[in-house]
Structure formats: C-alpha cells, structure tokens
Design a protein around this ligand. Structure first.
Ligand code: OGA
Ligand code: NI
Length: 344
C-alpha cells in the first residue's frame, strides 16, 4: 500500500486501456484462447432429484463415474432455491461496486486472516499478478465468523449466510454420495474432515483490455475436499480434459462441482482433482463464488485403508491438513499440484 499504486485491481482497471506489465504472462504461459475447446456436453450434468430416495444407487453411480473420468460434474435439482442463488450473486456484485474506501475496510494481504479482501492470489509471494480481486470468508461454524464479514451492503451477511447454510447442506449430501461411490461407509469422508471447515471466495474479475495476456486465475487444482461453484452468466471457467482446455458454459441455476486434492488422496487416485483455470473477458466483469468444503486443520489424511491392496499400494503418506495448506499457499498456483509432495 505504501507504493501509492492502487491496491485493488478493480480500481486500477477503470484507468487502464492495456494490461500493466506485472499482469502479463511469459509467451509460453499464456492462455492460448484460440486453442480452447467449447464445452457442450463435456462435463456430466447429474440430476440430484431422488438422491435420498429410490434413485440413490444410480445417482451415486453417476457421481462416482464423473469423479473418476472428469473430476468435475454439474448438478441440477440440488435443493438450493433460485432466490438464494440470485440474492448471493447480486449482493456480491453490489459489494464490488461499493466505493474503494468502503471496500478497503476489509483489505488484507495476510492469507491467514479468516475474512479479507485481496487481489490476485498471494501478493506477497507471486511474481506475476492475476486479473482478480477476491473477498475470502470463513463460513463454518457461521457464528464464529459472520461478525467479521462486510457489514455493507446492509443485507450482505444475511444473504450470504443463507447461501452458506444451503451450500453446506449440499456439500454434505455430495460427500456422503462420494463415500458410498467408493464403497466406503456413508460418513467416511465426513469423519475424515474432522471438525469440518467451509470457506468461500467471492471472485471479481473486472473486464480486461487484453485477455490473451493474462489469467483471472492460472491453472490449479483445489486443495480442499470438494468445491461447489456458483457463477454469473459470463463464461470464464476452463477445465483440463485429455490435455486440452475446455471452456465450461454455465447452465442457469446449476452448480459446477469438482473434486479437490483431499478426495483424490482418500480415493488413492481413483478420483481426480483436475486442473482448472479462469480466463477474463474483454468487455464484461464476472463474478464467481466457489464454496470450498474442507477438513479442519487437525484432520489427518491418507488413502482409505479399504482402497489399499497389493494391486493398489498406498500412493500417499499420511499428513495433517495444516501441512497441506501451508504448502499450497507458499507454492503459489502452478500446474504442478501440491499432491506430488505427499506421494509415497
Ligand atoms: C477457484 C476457482 C474458478 C472460477 O477460485 O479456485 O477455480 O471460475 N475459480 O472463478
Ligand atoms: Ni479452483
């Protein structure tokens, strides 16, 4: 902040007609947008209607298949009301349209803070910046954190808390289904997460004058258990499938779900935590709101014993989630995921 430069990207872009040099990726590491495939049909769309009823085993089977082959799927009939989705997206957009002075009350570049507004990914360690501002919130248990959240817009806490409760409910249902799909006890993953954690990022990607030179978020795998992505109607998410980047088009009122590194570990690599990235749009701002359902820091991870045998030796050593998170934030977003550091 001492440099006198704008702290947040959203305040810089109002004056920029080109991408400043610290956002420009080396030629070999740019998004190559002309080579990106269009998505339609490439990520399975799973209907959760009847998950707690007669369709359970077939839906569990579909989820397991998607986790194996894609690491990503979309869900409909997920139980989160449309008005909760609309309310969260609109209050999030309102937050990023507040005055700089108002938004900066929440600013911090310390990744250990439980509520903070920041920019790029980790401004303290990275060499090239990303075209993103983000508000990061801890959301579970809600009563421990909600008093830290922004108090402006006035309905922010209430609207986002309602979404968080719904997103947690959906996460738990999916974790049970994923456990069953691996032939584990229904509550196996839930128990492995110890006291559970739930974090949310409200990502704000301002319009970018030269989207081919930079990223909203470069390629990365998510370090947590599962991620549920809510997003507005501006495309930006791309997923690596068969070594090709595929652009994912949003279907209104559905969510994109992806497997994070911890489920890859529990599954002993049967399920895949897949690389994905966000690119930016020349003309339109974009909001995306991932819910990261996570272990608590004391949780200890390793492959589930019942998934280890002579043909499938344990691929990872046991480790504490706190160790994993520390490595993730220091490592920076990179195409080599942190999982390699925990291999046997
Ligand atoms: C993330 C992420 C994708 C997006 O925040 O981890 O992958 O579309 N976001 O914003
Ligand atoms: Ni991600």
């Amino acid at each position: 902040m001492a440099t006198g430069k704008p702290v947040l990207l959203s305040d810089l872009v109002s004056i920029a007609s080109y991408v400043p040099s610290n956002y420009i990726r080396p030629v070999s590491a740019r998004p190559k947008l002309s080579e990106v495939l269009s998505s339609d049909g490439s990520i399975p769309l799973i209907d959760l209607q009847g998950l707690e009823g007669p369709n359970r085993s077939s839906i569990v089977g579909e989820i397991g298949q998607a986790c194996q082959t894609h690491g990503f799927f979309q869900v409909k009939n997920h139980g989160i009301p449309n008005k909760v989705i609309d309310g969260t997206l609109s209050v999030s957009k309102e937050f990023f349209h507040l005055t700089e002075r108002e938004r900066l009350k929440n600013y911090s570049d310390d990744p250990t803070k439980t509520t903070r507004l920041s920019t790029s990914f980790n401004v303290k360690t990275e060499t090239v910046s990303s075209w993103r501002d983000f508000l990061r919130l801890h959301c579970y248990p809600l009563e421990d954190y909600i008093h830290e959240w922004p108090s402006n817009p006035p309905s922010f806490r209430e609207d986002v808390a309602e979404y968080c409760r719904n997103a947690r409910e959906l996460s738990l249902r999916l974790l049970e289904a994923i456990s069953e799909s691996l032939c584990l006890e229904t509550d196996y993953i839930s128990k492995a997460l110890s006291k559970h954690g739930q974090h949310m990022a409200v990502n704000y990607y301002p319009p970018c004058p030269q989207p081919e030179l930079t990223y909203g978020l470069p390629a990365h795998a998510d370090p947590n258990a599962i991620t549920i992505l809510l997003q507005d109607d501006v495309p930006g998410l791309q997923v690596l499938q068969n070594d090709k980047w595929v652009a994912i088009n949003r279907i209104p009122y559905t969510f994109i779900v992806n497997i994070g590194d911890q489920i890859q570990v529990i599954s002993n690599d049967r399920y895949r935590s897949v690389l994905h990235r966000a690119v930016v749009d020349r003309d339109r701002e974009r909001i995306s709101i991932p819910t990261f359902y996570c272990p608590s820091h004391d949780a200890v991870f390793g492959p589930a014993p019942s998934l280890i045998d002579d043909d499938h030796p344990a691929l990872y050593r046991n480790f504490a989630y706190s160790e994993y998170c520390q490595k993730f934030w220091n490592h920076g977003l990179a195409t080599e995921t942190c999982l390699g550091m925990f291999k046997n």
